[in-house]
Design a protein around this ligand. Sequence first.
Ligand SMILES: Nc1ncnc2c1ncn2[C@@H]1O[C@H](COP(=O)(O)OP(=O)(O)OP(=O)(O)O)[C@@H](O)[C@H]1O
Length: 262
Amino acid sequence: MIQIRGLCKEYNCCTTKALTNISFDVQQGQFVVLLGPSGAGKSTLLRCINGLVKATDGEIFIQGDRINDSRKLKDIHRRVGMVFQQFNLVKRLTVLENVLCGRLAYVSAWTSCLKLFSKQDVNIALHCLNRVGLVHKAYDRADQLSGGQQQRVGIARALAQCPSIILADEPVASLDPKSAEKVLTVLRTIKEQDHITVIVSLHNIELANHYAERIIGIKNGRMIVDKPVSAFTDDDVEIIYNAMPDIVETKFIREEAVCTHV
Ligand SMILES: Nc1ncnc2c1ncn2[C@@H]1O[C@H](COP(=O)(O)OP(=O)(O)OP(=O)(O)O)[C@@H](O)[C@H]1O
């Protein structure tokens, strides 16, 4: 379970408010899609959850552990796998070596420097590649794969970490529609089979409706929609992408008032 409480993030000495007072919980095994216009704060939110970005205020708990608890930092990072829009693979390494990078949190520093992974680590990496349908590419160079295949290697690398959460920041933004569906289907299958929590930021509403169980809408750093996909409507799309900021603000304040009176 992820718990986020009063999360705020400001950049540039407080001149850019990227996130303002974000609070929500995500149950283990849920598939959540973050929607929002460019600059809304989706990447910042995902990066705060995996500790890449330090929040200005507020708290995040992963299975009850505060993410910046220095005693548990390595263990918490291990539990959160990250998938990036640009894949972030090491192009000159093989596909298998890239996936083995997901095992780095489990091996000692000298082992990783010498690339001395155990047979067990190699088997885990091959198993993860098999799950994303790419075990036959294990010994190819990463840059010889198509974009969609590279993204599936990125997912295998996250999976090799044995995470309880996978965060994916616009994982299909640079892919053709068929590859995008393949990548999201892999993420959904992983969620279903392993009960892993998946949080994905997307720009495509159709894909969000098809894959999400829950949609969170962010605009100007505020959470303005949070609904099960079955209740998500065109009005919500309008609020997230088109409504003027003051209309959104009014609706947000009105809903907050209703919540506090329930
Ligand atoms: N490292 C940074 N330094 C300064 N400002 C930043 C930084 N990262 C993001 N921002 C600003 O924070 C705000 C939120 O950006 P963020 O990248 O989180 O939005 P986003 O919803 O992910 O956008 P996109 O969909 O375009 O990726 C924007 O105003 C952006 O310019």
